[in-house]
Design a protein around this ligand. Structure first.
Ligand code: FAQ
Length: 332
């Protein structure tokens, strides 16, 4: 046998071994998904599954970070010291959620720096909802009640996502979001128990945030290119429309307790479907926001870029300190 023949034989053997390993990995992956079990970072997974998770989880992390801006706008103007402390804690919680989610996404082989670069370069998405302005204190109530409410509805099923680090991150996030939702409800309740002007402020905030909060669940099922595959992989457990419907069902009795009206004249209980019929959602507005032309897209991105620049010296100092420490460990 010549050296070339020997090399070719070794390559073929190597390729066959890789094929067999991949086939075994794929079989184990399929079994894990079928058994409703969890995929860990060390497990073999299809490239598309990895890409889908990186897409959804990094968008989710970006949303938490950009989502700090609309509420941070009211920290200096909260109506009391207690309200200020609660709002600061809530905004800090969102930062924490972003960090858990970036860390969970890193287990898929993308770095935090890459995700940040994609966000500040405008190449990565974040939730449409954070491109709307917060014009009054009542918006803090509406964000807590509607935006965190929608987030919980969408995210409780994600606690069972097939990718284990995502599911684990979501458990803690959902506990905190539940508290956020209640504080928003309580802000609106206080306003609704107040003067006529305060009641109007609360109703106006609900009118402005209601439809955008329904858009958070994503496009209608017929127009959702990622849903079918994400559901087959048990990343998503319910479709966008199913969760939207569940959310409205949750809101109606709460709106009655608050004494606010949901701004949908077509909202009606359908006895046959045992669910509420909804009026039409303005998907043109949704697509405009997704294309970067929402009321605050430019402002949110500019602020995020400035914050990244402002933090440069902290990152450099942390990196220099880490290098010095690892030098000390190596020398010891
Ligand atoms: N905004 O095929 P689908 C929070 C995009 S909560 C922007 O249906 P998928 C807490 C979608 O990415 C908010 N883009 O996609 C908080 C896709 O584009 P791509 C964050 C949207 O992934 C509260 C395209 O449209 N929560 O932060 C939106 O199967 C208060 C086609 O859509 C999450 O991210 C949208 N609303 O379903 C923080 C939850 N909807 O990537 C601060 C996790 C859709 O193909 C204050 N994510 N798109 O270019 C999910 O559950 C899913 O990713 C969906 C979308 C349901 C958002």
């Amino acid at each position: 046998m010549t050296t070339t023949q020997q090399d070719t034989g070794q390559h073929a053997e190597h390729d066959a071994r890789l094929d067999a390993e991949e086939a075994a990995g794929r079989e184990r992956f399929d079994d894990l998904i079928a058994a409703d079990s969890r995929v860990e970072p060390r497990d073999w997974m299809p490239d598309d599954y990895r890409r889908t998770l990186i897409r959804q989880m990094s968008q989710h992390a970006n949303s938490e970070i950009i989502g700090m801006q609309p509420e941070a706008n009211w920290i200096t103007r909260a109506p009391s010291l207690k309200r200020k402390a609660i709002l600061m804690a809530k905004v800090q919680d969102e930062a924490g959620h972003g960090l858990y989610l970036y860390s969970a996404t890193q287990t898929l082989g993308i770095t935090r720096d890459e995700m940040t670069e994609q966000l500040i370069a405008g190449k990565a998405r974040y939730s449409s909802i954070f491109n709307y302005p917060t014009v009054s204190w009542a918006d803090m109530g509406a964000i807590g009640w509607l935006v965190d409410g929608a987030a919980i509805c969408n995210q409780v099923p994600l606690c069972r996502a097939s990718y284990a680090p995502y599911g684990r991150a979501m458990v803690r996030i959902c506990k905190e979001e539940s508290f956020h939702q209640r504080q928003g409800f309580e802000i609106l309740l206080s306003l609704m128990r107040g003067t006529t002007a305060q009641q109007q402020l609360a109703q106006d905030a609900v009118n402005r945030w209601y439809w955008p909060s329904l858009m958070m669940f994503g496009p209608p099922d017929d127009d959702s290119p990622n849903s079918a595959r994400s559901m087959a992989w048990k990343i998503k457990r319910f479709s966008n429309d199913e969760l939207r419907q569940r959310f409205v069902g949750m809101l109606v009795p709460q709106a009655e307790v608050l004494g606010v009206t949901l701004p949908d004249p077509d909202l009606r209980w359908n006895e046959e479907r045992q669910a509420y019929d909804l009026g039409p959602i303005d998907w043109t507005e949704f697509n405009e926001v997704l294309s970067g032309r929402g009321p605050c897209n430019a402002q949110r991105m500019q602020r995020r870029r400035e914050a990244h620049e402002d933090g440069r010296w902290v990152r450099e100092a942390a990196a220099a300190y880490a290098a010095k420490q690892s030098g000390r460990v190596a020398a010891a």
